[in-house]
Write a protein that binds this ligand. Structure first.
Ligand SMILES: [Zn+2]
Length: 148
């Protein structure tokens, strides 16, 4: 299934992040079944607290399209987006969000701030969660186990 292929790619990016010593989260932006931007979490490497996988992938996709609006695009990410990334997803007008693992502590889609459910939210993507959850969660758990 092509959808699984994109989540697989996001998980592979998360594994790359772990090897680089970054919290393992990966993100892929697609349009018409093609990858137009992808990234892994990189705040340490870039000394940039905003360098979450989703932000970097959205930025690359927007450059690739030559537009700040990513309508008709899908974002695939291995972990439930935080409030900052959920806000960026709104600004980018992402059509569909797919995320693998839930994040009850830092997530802001189905937990915490629930950004898309706020009355002032300008755009609400369709949200699908759980695809690839077991593997994405295992990559995160393994990372934190090794750090302890
Ligand atoms: Zn984030």
């Amino acid at each position: 299934m092509w959808q699984l292929q994109f989540m697989d790619r996001a998980i592979a990016l998360a594994e790359e992040a772990a090897l680089a010593g970054e919290v393992p989260v990966g993100a892929v932006v697609t349009r018409n079944g093609e990858v137009i931007g992808e990234a892994h979490n990189a705040p340490r490497e870039t000394c940039d607290p905003t360098a979450h996988a989703e932000i970097l992938a959205l930025r690359r996709a927007a450059h690739a399209l030559g537009s700040d609006r990513l309508a008709d695009c899908e974002l695939w990410v291995t972990l439930e987006p935080c409030a900052m990334c959920a806000g960026a997803i709104v600004h980018a007008r992402i059509d569909k969000l797919y995320y693998a693992a839930s994040d009850p502590k830092g997530g802001a889609v189905e937990h915490g701030a629930r950004v898309f459910e706020q009355p002032g939210c300008l755009h609400r993507p369709e949200v699908y969660s759980g695809m690839g959850e077991a593997r994405a969660g295992e990559v995160l758990r393994e990372f934190f186990r090794q750090r302890r």
